[in-house]
Design a protein around this ligand. Structure first.
Ligand code: FA5
Ligand code: MG
Length: 429
């Protein structure tokens, strides 16, 4: 995918690239009771802070298991709890969203301290995501063992909360996906999940209906209408009156499914996925007697627009020039501080069979960290005689807080060339 370096275009690019959800969860650390905060109590509690501290232990994510593909630089990101920080843009937005739901007639239970480690059962099976779904593959997902992983979406917590008896809830957290690298994609971001089950007496007419009979029923249509009007209300609250449009989407765990786009600076931007919860998902959570809707929205995406934050890496910075600009409760425009110059380096190689681009992107992040701003494929060709394919990538190195020297970037690039040759089996040209 091509992304411009300007703030506007990189935000728009967010709209065009969105792989689908993918996430699981471990049972070793249960926080359910401590993570429940009723809407009448503080939105950010000391309990949440301490859960985040427990998760901020990289050794939880780095195991000797042969299927563990979590690199140290990802393990170091977990447990930062940005969504529970009152003065962080992610925390500010989350609180605004919670306040909107608190203004509705239903009581939404707030969860935001669930363990980011989930099981394949929680992240996939409980959501009808089949074992052969590409979102489950290790090229897209960070596995800790073959049955535990870093959640790829907050939907991974739907079934446990439903099973515990929650009818209406919001669940926010950090999610992890192996992905490309640019100003709008970071391997960690935040989602906020919402679920509402409807009172049984409103759904009586659809008792026992399944499949198309269910989706054609007036009850299913009513749920879809409520879902849409609830989310349109949220967008109006956050953005003021905005132009929005609904499109059909597909998720194995909702049917029908939709995505919502909003008009932003002349372009459509996807902000969330949602739908009527699939009856089998409710059945598997022992809630087959109930019906309802669910949605999952991306918090960085909303923040980049509302606060005009041009680079997704900034959410993770510890630079005071960033943090001093934001205060709990207020949405203010971010003033970019000086941008240091980029250093560009190209690398070209013959790829072996089964080459996985994400492995290469991740290797670069592992070696050079956050100064890798962007990696783009600039040339590709196949030599018909050799039957081999060559790829050339341009890497943009840029620090957010200092000027890089050519020498230090050369050293990193050399290390990347060596590692790619040794560990990915590419033949550097
Ligand atoms: C999901 O993750 C589903 N779990 C959403 C859902 C929940 C559907 C409940 C139905 C019911 P998706 O992969 O499209 O879907 O991501 C949801 C949102 O997360 C996107 O609309 C976007 O706002 C955000 N998002 C996804 N990928 C990225 C990314 N790479 N960078 C920033 N935000 C992202
Ligand atoms: Mg989507």
């Amino acid at each position: 995918m091509k992304i411009s370096t300007t703030a506007t275009l990189s935000i728009l690019a967010l709209a065009t690239t969105c792989q689908s959800w993918s996430t699981p969860h471990t049972t070793a650390f249960k926080t359910r009771s401590s993570s429940v905060v009723s809407r009448s109590t503080a939105l950010f509690s000391a309990v949440e802070e301490s859960a985040a501290a427990t998760y901020a232990d990289p050794s939880r994510y780095l195991s000797d298991h042969p299927n563990n593909n979590v690199p140290p630089h990802i393990a170091a990101l977990v447990g930062k709890g940005l969504h529970t920080k009152p003065d962080h843009p992610i925390g500010i937005i989350r609180k605004k969203i919670q306040e909107y739901f608190a203004s509705l007639p239903q009581d939404y239970i707030i969860y935001d301290a669930e363990d980011p480690i989930v099981t394949t059962q929680q992240c996939f099976d409980a959501l009808r995501i089949n074992p052969d779904h590409p979102g489950r593959s290790p090229s897209d997902t960070y596995y800790i063992s073959d049955t535990t992983l870093l959640r790829t979406h907050t939907s991974a917590h739907q079934s446990e909360h439903l099973r515990s008896g929650a009818d209406c809830f919001l669940c926010a957290g950090d999610v992890y996906r192996r992905d490309e690298i640019d100003s709008s994609h970071y391997p960690a971001f935040h989602q906020l999940e919402g679920v509402r089950l409807f009172p049984e007496d409103e759904m009586k007419g659809a008792d026992g209906l399944k499949g198309e009979e269910w989706t054609a029923s007036p009850e299913c249509k009513a749920i879809g209408e409520d879902l849409k009007s609830t989310l349109e209300g949220l967008m109006d609250t956050l953005f003021g009156e905005t132009e929005k449009r609904w499109s059909e989407d597909y998720f194995p765990f909702t049917t029908p499914s939709y995505e919502l786009e909003i008009m932003y600076q002349g372009e459509w931007l996807e902000v969330l996925g949602c739908g009527v919860v699939h009856e089998e998902v409710l059945d598997m959570a022992d809630r087959g007697d109930r019906r309802g809707w669910a949605f999952g929205l991306g918090l960085e995406r909303l923040c980049m627009i509302l606060f005009e934050i041009p680079d997704i890496r900034l959410f993770w910075t510890e630079d005071e020039r960033f943090h001093s600009q934001f205060k709990a409760g207020s949405i203010t425009k971010f003033n970019s501080y000086s941008k240091y110059p980029p250093v560009y380096k190209d690398i070209a190689f013959w790829i072996p069979e089964g080459f996985v681009e994400n492995d290469f992107f991740e290797m670069a992040r592992g070696i050079a960290g956050d100064i890798v701003e962007r990696m783009e494929l600039i040339d590709e060709f196949t030599n018909p005689k050799k039957g081999k394919t060559s790829k050339c990538y341009r890497i943009t190195y840029r620090s957010m807080d200092r000027s890089l020297t050519n020498e230090e970037v050369d050293a990193l690039q050399d290390e990347l060339r060596d590692s790619a040759g040794e560990d990915l089996g590419v033949e550097v040209r």
